[in-house]
Design a binder for this molecule. Structure first.
Ligand code: SF4
Length: 182
């Protein structure tokens, strides 16, 4: 797995101050993509154990709420397999920190065993994520009043509640956000 960037003290991609990892590679090729250089699976640098160590260390700061993974596309099969070991480490070594993930895939496609987006890593990966922001960015549905997402078709999904209920449960962890229609 490769990554293009890591932002420490990021406040744009999830609740609170976060560490954000931008993995490389995306086959969605959205028309309005603002970072087509990240479509390349070799963009940036190789994700090594040392980089993972730095991320884990950053999460131990008391003011950091958690980790966000985005891209590129974290749910590309190669990235799913690359992210599982990292997210396992976050759970084990940074307890209490939450994990957000941004994907251009729809949740339903990820959990469908017949879907090419479902791999032998998907179930575990989803079980390690707290909030999944799903769906492609759509310019026609762009709304600058939305927090943590760019267009109104995208959903903030409470993954543990969704997996327990067997149907999509939206994340409502923020009062202001909860007032926005989905
Ligand atoms: S999913 Fe994201 S990175 Fe991939 S093409 Fe669409 S906007 Fe670009």
């Amino acid at each position: 797995m490769y990554y293009g960037n890591i932002k420490y003290s990021d406040i744009a991609n999830g609740e609170g101050v976060r560490t954000s990892l931008f993995v490389s590679g995306c086959t969605h090729h959205c028309k309005e993509c603002f970072q087509p250089e990240t479509w390349n699976f070799s963009f940036g640098q190789e994700f090594t154990d040392e980089v993972a160590d730095q991320i884990i260390e950053s999460l131990k700061a008391p003011w950091v709420e958690g980790l966000t993974v985005l891209g590129g596309e974290p749910m590309e099969p190669v990235n799913q397999h690359g992210l599982v070991p990292l997210l396992r480490r976050v759970r084990a070594e940074a307890p209490g920190k939450n994990i957000w993930c941004y994907t251009g895939d729809r949740f339903e496609a990820l959990v469908d065993p017949q879907s090419p987006r479902h791999t032998d890593a998907t179930d575990e990966l989803l079980s390690l994520i707290d909030v999944l922001v799903d769906g492609p960015f759509e310019r026609d549905l762009h709304d600058i009043t939305l927090r943590f997402r760019g267009s109104s078709n995208q959903r903030l999904i409470d993954v543990p509640a969704t997996l327990e209920a067997g149907e999509v449960v939206l994340w409502t962890g923020d009062e202001e956000l909860a007032r926005h229609s989905m």
